[in-house]
Write a protein that binds this ligand. Structure first.
Ligand code: NAI
Ligand code: MG
Length: 364
């Protein structure tokens, strides 16, 4: 019998539902033209879930995700919910608990410059024309963001706040293995980022990554201090392939990689656990400034679907086809407003989804 692929779809807020509509078009083509047995079920998450259920991650959504093979996520948040207490807010109340609940410790964010869109980059053409194609591998559920030892207190009426960075060695080991394995499928070049000249956790990080590297002699490993890494990325972006970071450093470095491409609307992401279960989402947020205008770029979400088939279902060929169709559509000059340049063909959100699904259907 044909394998069934069950996907929990969580459109969320802002442009989330708009770009998800385009995602469905892609899934429909895979269903019809590629004869895949895909079952999608939609669940509330984020602000819309707060409005309907009083909580950003309702039990029904969590159960729905549990009964699926992968999660496709739009975006959450918006001004309407900004003043709620922090644990109730869409991002803190939905995305972080989802990552924690499913143990999604490995966050993969590819960032690349497609030829023809180099001048979207804020970097000089002579630098980016050398190429930029990196994969950031970020530890996602440990480190300073998740440690419970944090707070705000007073000593002798002086106010102070603190957060604590802590990593178990096993947490570093498992994310390092993921990064090395991914490096093997790319240019075999891994840069691990830390601050081992100052932080104890970074000393353990570097030591552990070095030990894990012994199992991957084919991968060329180097270490960079995070401050130097931010500079090297701008000066020599073409020298990077796979980048391995802790939660905090990865948050910053992956955004730096995003802006080097100059196109948030093109960047997908995956968050995976050890079993290969994953949540797939565009790197951007709910973009309330462009909500409802049919101008949001659906490509980040469509490439996230590509990552879903690659990492959760091991359908590498399907994933490659989706990527190459997106590449072709960009090369032909179809552009949403955020990536529009001279002599391009301006298309809306829905038109972009139509063009990509049409080209995808030709591949079968
Ligand atoms: P954002 O990523 O939503 O927007 C930043 C800028 O990028 C905006 O000008 C937006 O129009 C543009 N942009 C983002 N995605 C785009 C796309 N697909 N096509 C075209 N342009 C796009 O970040 P911002 O403004 O900081 O946050 C807005 C809301 O989103 C907040 O409530 C925030 O909490 C939430 N957020 C949610 C995330 C998630 O659900 N994973 C991640 C980041 C922010
Ligand atoms: Mg960030």
């Amino acid at each position: 019998m044909k394998r069934k692929y069950k996907i929990a779809v969580l459109p969320g807020d802002g442009i989330g539902p708009e770009i998800m509509r385009e995602g469905y078009k892609i899934l429909n083509v895979l269903q019809k033209n590629f004869c895949m047995n895909i079952e999608t079920k939609e669940y509330d998450v984020g602000g819309i879930a707060i409005d309907r259920h009083g909580i950003a991650l309702p039990e029904s959504t969590l159960r729905g995700c549990e009964n699926s093979h992968a999660i496709l996520f739009g975006a959450v948040g918006g001004p309407k919910w900004e003043n709620l207490s922090s644990y109730l807010q869409p991002e803190r109340g939905a995305l972080l608990p989802l990552r924690k609940y499913f143990n999604l410790f490995a966050n993969l964010r590819p960032a690349r410059l497609y030829s023809g869109i180099e001048n979207l980059s804020p970097l000089r053409f002579e630098i980016v024309s050398r190429g930029f194609n990196v994969l950031c591998v970020r530890e996602l559920i440990g480190g300073i963001y998740f440690n419970k030892r944090k707070g705000t207190k007073y000593v002798n009426s002086k106010k102070y706040s603190f957060d604590t960075e802590m990593y178990y060695q096993f947490e570093i080991e498992r994310i390092a293995h993921i990064a090395f394995k991914l490096a093997l499928s790319r240019k075999r070049n891994l840069v691990s980022i830390d601050k081992a000249n100052v932080l104890e956790t970074s000393v353990l990080w570097r030591e552990t990554v070095n030990t894990v590297s012994l199992e991957y002699p084919e991968v060329n490993l180097s270490h960079l201090y995070v401050d130097n890494a931010t500079m090297q990325l701008i000066k020599n972006p073409d020298k990077f392939d796979v980048i391995l970071c802790s939660n905090l450093f990865g948050d910053i470095i992956s955004d730096e990689c995003a802006i080097i491409t100059g196109s948030l609307g093109l960047l997908p992401s995956a968050s995976l656990n050890e079993a290969g279960f994953g949540l797939y989402e565009p790197a951007g947020g709910s973009a309330p400034d462009i909500k409802g205008k049919n101008i949001a770029n659906p490509i980040a979400l469509i490439l996230s679907i590509g990552m879903l088939f690659r990492y959760s279902f091991q359908l590498i060929e399907i994933s490659n086809i989706i990527e190459s169709v997106v590449y072709e559509v960009l090369r032909l000059g179809y552009r949403t407003k955020d990536i529009l340049q001279k002599n391009n063909n301006l298309v809306s959100t829905s038109e972009m989804g139509d063009v990509i699904s049409k080209f995808l259907s030709y591949r079968r």
